[in-house]
Design a protein around this ligand. Structure first.
Ligand SMILES: Nc1ncnc2c1ncn2[C@@H]1O[C@H](COP(=O)(O)OP(=O)(O)OP(=O)(O)O)[C@@H](O)[C@H]1O
Ligand SMILES: [Mg+2]
Length: 240
């Protein structure tokens, strides 16, 4: 399965979700790889810091920390290149391929969406963030229509995921859901809301994931995996 994270807006938590999701899959014993298709190299850098911690643990003979910092496979591909062929290679070696992209204008994102099984669009809840989704969704709609000219049953599986949500945003969440429901002929809305947590920045410094530290929010990522596998229903399923 190829899962791509993308979106127009920066800072919505794409790389954070990609990395923590990879950690969750790995914890479940799934053969997963992270593909970093963003020149910011956020996931590559996190994995590098994790590896440094592992090497230090090895030097110190700290078995528990070595176990905790077991490597998450990460590959890097240029954002300016078509990612189709590198991803086909990845699919031969891994069961789940998670692709982190910078934004929807990158060649990498545009090429990955055509081969992705799941397209995750994280969004924050503010009006500014939600508004940014319209051009992205319309672009995805056009891509899907074009593909259908060649493959009758081609269907994109696009999931909007609320990200960086704080505890005081119940009304924002309701409004965001109502806005996104207008696109329910194209997308599904995930029931998972990734919370804004200061722990994200702390863990990122050492490339650790919620599963490494048994963080209370790790269940969110397990539920997201269930949704992606189809064993859990999203909040709003696409109405085709
Ligand atoms: N759930 C969260 N809680 C707290 N901080 C978060 C969360 N998600 C992301 N952040 C922080 O917000 C910043 C942007 O997050 P991230 O890099 O994941 O976003 P992005 O969508 O990948 O950004 P870009 O578009 O630049 O690639 C980072 O400093 C990250 O640590
Ligand atoms: Mg990023």
């Amino acid at each position: 399965m190829i899962i791509v994270l993308g979106g127009k807006k920066g800072g919505t938590g794409k790389s954070n979700i990609a990395y923590l999701l990879a950690g969750a899959y790995q914890h479940q014993g799934v053969n997963v790889v992270l593909v970093d298709a963003d020149e910011n190299a956020t996931c590559v850098n996190k994995a590098h810091r994790r590896n440094e911690l592992f090497l230090q643990a090895e030097e110190d003979g700290d078995e528990a920390l070595m176990q905790m910092t077991k490597s998450i496979p990460v590959q890097s591909i240029p954002s300016s290149q078509n990612a189709r062929i590198p991803l086909q290679e990845c699919k031969k070696n891994y069961d789940v391929v998670i692709v982190d992209t910078g934004g929807f204008e990158s060649v990498a994102f545009k090429s990955v969406v055509m081969v992705a099984d799941k397209i995750i669009i994280p969004t924050q809840l503010s009006q500014d963030d939600i508004e940014q989704l319209d051009p992205l969704f319309e672009w995805l709609r056009t891509q899907e229509s074009d593909m259908r000219l060649r493959f009758d049953d081609y269907e994109m599986d696009i999931r909007a995921v609320f990200s960086r949500v704080n505890n005081y945003q119940a009304s924002d969440k309701k409004e965001a859901r109502e806005f996104l429901e207008e696109y329910a002929d194209l997308i599904s809305i995930s029931a998972i809301a990734i919370k804004e947590r200061s722990d994200v920045r702390k863990l990122s410094k050492s490339g650790l994931t919620y599963h490494d530290v048994k963080h209370k929010d790790r269940a969110q990522f397990e539920l997201l995996i269930d949704e992606l596998n189809g064993s859990r229903e999203p909040l709003v399923a696409r109405k085709v």
